[in-house]
Design a protein around this ligand. Sequence first.
Ligand SMILES: *Cc1c(COP(=O)(O)O)cnc(C)c1O
Length: 382
Amino acid sequence: MFSKQLKFLREKNLLREIENRNSPQGAHIKIDGKEYINFSSNDYLGLANHPALLRASQRAIKKFGFGSGASRLLCGGSILHEELEKKIAGFKGTESALVFNSGYAANTGIIPAIAEEGDAIFSDELNHASIIDGCRLSRAKTYIYKHKNTGHLENLIRKTKSKRKIVVTDSVFSMDGDIAPLKELHELCFTLNSMPSAPCSLLLYIDDAHATGVLGKGRGSLEHFGIKPKPWIIQMGTFSKALGSFGAFVAGSKDTIEFILNTTRSFIFSTALPPCIIAASIAALELIEKKPALIKKLWSNRDKTAKGLTKLGYDIMGSETPIIPVKTGSIENTLKTSRYLLKKGIFAPAIRPPTVKEPRIRITVTAAHTDEDIEKLIKELS
Ligand SMILES: *Cc1c(COP(=O)(O)O)cnc(C)c1O
């Protein structure tokens, strides 16, 4: 049925294939019986296989069983769901929070719920696919602003007449590893919201998927920039990356969260996450509060790797976080580099169009990597 399209993708070197692990997620993984140093996961703190998460999850299975059996608005939620939501609100300093089944479900559900017909969404051109899809599903008009360009954004906002405006941005961009200029974005939204003609008509929606557990002592991008939560800021984040678990959350004012709960289709019409997953997320949050050394280790590993790659002359494309893209030129050369590393026992994926415009090897460093792991990566790329 689709053989023509598949042939086209194969010829353009754009065909994707899945590699299945035969080991837990971590800094070292096994695929097809072979061991690799893994520079491709988002398991930034090495929590995906941490004993504290496993124990919490097993305890929850004993107490609550496995499946959740219904959506939250029926009887799918457990007291653990409520506990996690309280914890997240505390962690973020917001009045309220709500758990979602995934980051993808959160963005594709919440954005269409808060942006109605006649509203305007302003979205950074490098935002995650789930944000792009959320904008597409919304009846609001979407304006794309140049990457991190607050001047361009301000122009677009001032030119647009709609009643409610929503600025949407990743805080850490998932393929480039750079950080959104949240101080300037906050300032802009604050100023425009303070104008008497437009009381509180501007919302700032921040996707903290790669910032949760990584920036601001793990609390995310607002804490990193020293910005206090506001009623017009909505933060979402995930438990699936640095927290080593699964699922997502949205945090904000009591009214915002109640509105999202009542209007977001991906929340209303989807079965709740099983309690054993929620229990692991709670354990992960407790762990990063108790052990700040984990995040310190992540950053020292990140700096070591970035320094090593830059010293070799590589362009790391403005990376400021544990996501370190390495510019490798053509699609062919990018695939060649990735295959070479694979042969040397290093798993670092080639990222190609349409995921990104410029092909690259995307390296993610974690707290679980050893000095030897990082030295081997640098040596094989030299
Ligand atoms: C991974 C990611 C998501 C999706 O989260 P999942 O829990 O994996 O569905 C959303 N936004 C950004 C920026 C991401 O990197």
